[in-house]
Design a protein around this ligand. Structure first.
Ligand code: ZN
Length: 195
């Protein structure tokens, strides 16, 4: 299909909640292919439909590396049905060129979705794996939530955004996440002890 323009942080479509897909029509299949093509063209690990200006509940992920064969996974109308544990994730986003910062994520997630043939599947990703973190990052896009909203250190995030000429953090969008924060603090304390 075609490589689409990725919208950048500051575009309203990134903050809009996306609509459910009612039928996995040819139009949706074309959108999926555009997402895959665009993700690969930018060497991304994932891409969500709002990032190409389409506010529908679809995203794609490919966590294959190096010489592994490409393995795009398509998620339509996803629901996160279980989540547990906490981890620190150093993340970026194709809508935030070059900007990376540490964010709070669950370590384990279970997700249910439809594939590109409209068939339901369940997937589990554990232990803070790239897949587990990518699922949460892309899923958030469908609700207009962005990775910087999960920032562990908002001052550091501010600096990074400024450095790459991106709009500032939207303070009212920052997520509190006291349980994740507590667990991450405990993990960090353990690491210090072990040193
Ligand atoms: Zn993103």
């Amino acid at each position: 299909m075609s490589i689409r323009k990725v919208v950048k942080y500051g575009e309203p479509s990134l903050r809009q909640p996306s609509k459910e897909v009612h039928k996995v029509s040819q139009k949706i299949k074309n959108l999926v292919q555009d997402l895959i093509d665009t993700m690969y063209s930018q060497n991304g690990v994932g891409l969500a439909a709002p990032q190409i200006g389409e506010n529908v509940r679809v995203f794609v992920i490919d966590v294959s590396t190096g010489n592994e064969p490409l393995n795009p996974i398509v998620f339509i109308n996803p629901k996160i049905i279980k989540k547990s544990g906490a981890c620190v994730s150093h993340e970026g986003c194709l809508s935030f060129p070059e900007a990376y910062t540490d964010v709070r994520r669950y370590a384990n997630v279970m997700i249910k979705a439809l594939d590109s043939n409209g068939r339901s599947f369940v997937m589990e990703a554990k232990e803070g794996s790239l897949l587990a973190r990518a699922i949460q990052h892309e899923f958030d896009h469908l609700d207009g939530v962005l990775f910087v909203d999960h920032s562990i250190n908002r001052f550091e995030a501010e600096e990074v955004l400024k450095k790459y000429n991106l709009p500032p953090l939207q303070i009212e969008k920052l997520l509190d996440e006291p349980e994740l924060a507590k667990e991450i603090d405990e993990l960090k304390a353990k690491e210090v002890e072990q040193k």
